[in-house]
Design a protein around this ligand. Structure first.
Ligand code: DGT
Ligand code: MG
Ligand code: MG
Ligand code: MG
Ligand code: MG
Length: 281
């Protein structure tokens, strides 16, 4: 252990440990994707290839980091949820965020040609920013997830109508924007249906609901589990023996990671998959 006179500089590294026993959400977002989407002529309002590429990259992140219990993606963003008991990297924010961002970005670029075989990537390459936020209660975490999915719904209904007015109705962007100014959901549904015979309900689920990435096990009958109790039971990491924690981690590592387009606002999704929040594989 060479103690050099330079070593004091270590003291400049400040702690960025996240609050223990809270749900950590790392949200990443594409940098300048408005421009990026134009450069590669992403379809408007939704480009299936681009969304599936995001999902494929997110799937590898969840697969490679077993402490992530669920992820939710829409547009150019993805939220990764670390279980409240996770102690990965001693919960240091910078390490968690940078690992998620670089793993995601690496795979996004690596998998690009699978989803865009006719358009080679060129500089400037896509990049993502990231942040970590702690949510102390299950209610806060569920509200966070609901917030993102509601955002997806509101934006998608707006964008679907906006682009229908332009692509099918021959309006300019300004005219379409004016038409939708101050409109309610019902108005947009009506425009789509009456003018363009589009039933919004029949739009693809991936656009309406976004994408959920999680480990898949056998579904549980609704009403047989109390998630809140289950989460509380394992709330203290110390309550899990080290060997049990290791076994659980192995099971999670082996589990199949799936991408689905489901309602995560209602209880049903969570009730039927108690392992997501209890972290018991
Ligand atoms: P930022 O995040 O501040 O660096 O800036 P942006 O430009 O990434 O803005 P943001 O993240 O608020 O919005 C995402 C942009 O990405 C939005 O302008 C539309 C674009 N985008 C995402 N998915 C699609 C898609 O499937 N098709 C098209 N055409 N555009 C998309
Ligand atoms: Mg942004
Ligand atoms: Mg962005
Ligand atoms: Mg965004
Ligand atoms: Mg190192």
């Amino acid at each position: 252990m060479a103690n050099s006179r330079f070593e004091y500089v270590k003291n400049f590294e400040l702690s960025d440990q996240l609050l223990p026993n809270t749900w950590v959400v790392v949200r990443i977002d594409g940098r300048g994707f408005t421009k990026f989407a134009n450069k590669y002529s992403f379809e408007k309002p939704n480009d299936k290839r681009a969304l599936e590429l995001m999902n494929a990259a997110a799937r590898t992140v969840v697969t490679e980091i077993p402490d992530i219990t669920i992820a939710y993606g829409v547009s150019d963003e993805y939220s990764f949820v670390f279980h409240k008991t996770s102690t990965l990297f001693e919960r240091r924010a910078s390490k968690l965020v940078s690992t998620v961002v670089s793993t995601f970005t690496g795979y996004y670029i690596y998998l690009w040609s699978t989803y865009f075989p006719d358009q080679p990537l060129s500089a400037p390459l896509p990049s993502f920013d990231g942040r970590a936020v702690c949510y102390p209660s299950l209610e806060n975490l569920r509200d966070y997830m609901s917030w993102r999915q509601v955002d997806c719904h509101i934006n998608n209904l707006y964008n679907t109508t906006f682009w229908a007015l332009i692509q099918l109705g021959g309006m300019s962007a300004t005219e379409a924007g004016k038409q939708l100014d101050g409109s309610f959901s019902a108005d947009k549904n009506e425009i789509l249906f009456k003018r363009f015979s589009i039933n919004y309900n029949n739009e693809p689920e991936i656009y309406k609901k976004g994408s959920v990435v999680f480990r898949d096990y056998e579904l549980v009958e609704p009403g047989t589990h109390n998630i809140a109790q289950e989460v509380e039971r394992i709330a203290q990491p110390a309550q899990l023996s080290k060997s049990q924690a290791e076994t659980d981690k192995k099971k999670r590592t082996k589990a199949r990671v799936v991408v689905e387009h489901l309602d995560i606002i209602k209880d049903d999704f969570w009730d039927r998959r108690p392992w997501l929040l209890s972290n018991k594989p």
